[in-house]
Design a protein around this ligand. Structure first.
Ligand SMILES: [Cu+2]
Length: 271
């Protein structure tokens, strides 16, 4: 029975790892160093067409945020934040039904009902306080292809470490009228700051820590084929704490795959 369960874990782990390889995010081989890593898939809001993958890696009180997204507005800065609560409130990513005034644009204010207030502003430099949420001069800019890459390590408070799985990444900035820039013709002024177009502050994507709501499977950094993060969590401590026997089975199962070209493991994986 253990073999069956192991098979599933191996299958589950293949997806996220593949995504990371595709997007080129470096995997933080944190397992051996006592850290944790959490993957986030960013899904579009406002029919923006943007998508991406992110990873939150924690070691002590150092949080490294990596984001790779595409389908962003080319050449424009994207305000981006960790939204949510570290006090136990369960926020989540919104959907189109949160456009409560039915104007066709999901504004930040409307979406906040679901994804919560800004907890950390993911700026490129300077402070990361919530108050810097609209510091667009310190936000990453998408390239001509609409791709955005971000990586920064910041020191966070213990409540963030403890509740990292309760936070979500949100990137902002849409191009409603498809003219390649943020302007008021697209969707009027922002409800947050009338000096900014709504297009600059409306959310373009959102992502929650994968598996956070269902309890993460501590697959652990055991022979993960390059150390890419498994499903949601790669808790090093847990990897060691999870029965060494189970970890051994994962290891052995994978060796068996390698040895038998997958044939031996097929039965377990399909069960
Ligand atoms: Cu935000």
């Amino acid at each position: 029975m253990i073999a069956k369960r192991t098979g599933r874990l191996v299958v589950l782990a293949a997806g996220p790892a593949a995504v990371f390889l595709t997007l080129g995010l470096s995997s933080p081989a944190l397992a051996a160093e006592g850290g944790k890593a959490y993957q986030i898939d960013l899904a579009q809001l406002n029919d923006s067409g943007s998508r991406g993958t992110a990873m939150l890696s924690i070691k002590g009180n150092q949080l490294t945020v990596q984001i790779q997204s595409e389908g962003m507005v080319p050449g424009q800065p994207s305000a981006q934040h960790l939204h949510g609560s570290t006090k136990g409130h369960d926020f989540q990513c919104p959907d189109a039904s949160d456009d409560t005034n039915r104007d066709g644009v999901l504004s930040n204010t409307e979406a906040t009902v679901d994804y919560g207030d800004i907890n950390i502003s993911l700026t490129t430099s300077g402070d990361t306080k919530a108050a810097s949420g609209l510091a667009v001069d310190r936000m990453p800019v998408a390239d001509k292809q609409g791709k955005l890459s971000y990586k920064r390590t910041i020191t966070v408070a213990q409540d963030v470490v403890d509740h990292i799985k309760d936070l979500h990444i949100v990137q902002h900035g849409i191009d409603r009228n498809h003219n390649g820039t943020y302007d008021v013709e697209g969707a009027g002024k922002s409800e947050l700051d009338p000096k900014l177009p709504q297009e600059a502050t409306a959310p373009t994507n959102c992502g929650m820590v994968m598996g956070a709501s269902v309890g993460s499977l501590p697959v652990g950094g055991v022979e993960t084929g390059g150390g890419a993060p498994e499903s949601a969590t790669v808790p090093a401590g847990a990897a060691l704490a999870v029965s060494a026997a189970a970890a051994g089975v994962v290891f052995l199962a994978r060796r068996r795959i390698a040895a038998a070209g997958g044939r031996t493991e097929t039965k377990g994986a399909a069960a």
